[in-house]
Design a protein around this ligand. Structure first.
Ligand code: HPA
Length: 245
C-alpha cells in the first residue's frame, strides 16, 4: 500500500525522512497546502504533506483540503495517515495522550467540503457511518503496539471551525454530544478522502485540556511543549506503520 502522512500542528516536517523529490502539484482545485515531499522513512517509500503549509501559513478553515486529497490520489497514494493536534475533553484524554479516533461530529461551517459540487461532478452520497477506514485504524493500533506506545483505540472527534479555541460552554455542549476530543482539521479532510477513494485514519495527539476542563489558561507555549512529547511518540508509531503497512 502506498502511504501518505499528513502532518498537522507540531509535525510540519517529518524528522528522519530520507528526503527525495519535492513535488509541486497543481490540481483542478488549486494548489495543495505545500509541495508533497517524497521520501523514504525507515527504508520504506512514503509521501509527506504539511497540512498547514511549510511555514504554517494555512489556518484550519483556509486549508485547501480538496487539493490536498486530490494531489495525494494523483501520486498513487492508497492510504492516508493524518496527524492531528487536539484538545482533550474525556477524562482519559489528557495532554500528550494519543488516540486513534473512530467517530467524528462536524461543527465546522462554510468550508468547501465535497467534490460533488457542480454540474460536471457526479453527485455522490458516500457512506460515512464509520468515517475512518477500519483497516487503517487497525494498522495504527498495531503499529503503536509494536512501537511500545500506548494509544487509546477509540475516540469521538468533534471538529470546530477555529482558529479560536472554544468557550467552556461549547465544550460542555460537545461533551453532552459525546465528543472525547476537539480539533479543527478532521473535517472535511476525512469525507473528501472517502469521496476520492483513499483509506484514511488519524493519530490524534492531545495538546491541552479543552476549554473549561482545567483551571489553567490554554497557552500556545504549553501546547507546543506537550506536542513535542506527543510527536516523539507519533514518530515511533509512524516508523512501525511503514514496517507493517
Ligand atoms: N480546540 C480545538 N483544536 C485544538 C485544541 C483545542 O483545544 N487544541 C489543539 N487543537
Amino acid at each position: 500500500m502506498t502511504i501518505a502522512i499528513i502532518g498537522g500542528t507540531g509535525l510540519d516536517q517529518l524528522d528522519g525522512l530520507q528526503v527525495g523529490e519535492k513535488i509541486a502539484l497543481d490540481t483542478p482545485y488549486g494548489a495543495p497546502s505545500a509541495p508533497v515531499q517524497q521520501g523514504t522513512y525507515n527504508g520504506k517509500p512514503v509521501f509527506f504533506l504539511a497540512r498547514h503549509g511549510e511555514r504554517h501559513e494555512w489556518p484550519p478553515h483556509r486549508v485547501n483540503y480538496r487539493a490536498n486529497m486530490y494531489a495525494l490520489k494523483q501520486l498513487g497514494v492508497e492510504q492516508v495517515i493524518a496527524v492531528n493536534a487536539v484538545g482533550g475533553i474525556h477524562h482519559d484524554m489528557g495532554p500528550a495522550v494519543i488516540s486513534v479516533p473512530d467517530q467524528i461530529i462536524d461543527y465546522t461551517w462554510g468550508r468547501i467540503h465535497t467534490y460533488s459540487d457542480d454540474e460536471h461532478s457526479p453527485l455522490e452520497h458516500i457512506d460515512f457511518t464509520y468515517p475512518y477506514a477500519e483497516r487503517t485504524r487497525e494498522l495504527l493500533v498495531r503499529a503503536a503496539d509494536a512501537a511500545g506506545v500506548i494509544v487509546l483505540a477509540r475516540g469521538v472527534y468533534g471538529c470546530t471551525q477555529g482558529p479560536r479555541l472554544e468557550t467552556a460552554a461549547e465544550i460542555r455542549r460537545m461533551q453532552r454530544d459525546g465528543c472525547d476530543l476537539v480539533g479543527m482539521t478532521a473535517m472535511p479532510e476525512a469525507p473528501l478522502a472517502r469521496e476520492i477513494g483513499l483509506d484514511y485514519a488519524s493519530l490524534c495527539v492531545v495538546a491541552n485540556w479543552a476549554a473549561g476542563c482545567t483551571d489553567e489558561l490554554i497557552t500556545m507555549e504549553a501546547i507546543e511543549a506537550t506536542l513535542k512529547v506527543g510527536m516523539d511518540n507519533i514518530r515511533k508509531i509512524l516508523q512501525q506503520v511503514l514496517v507493517l503497512g
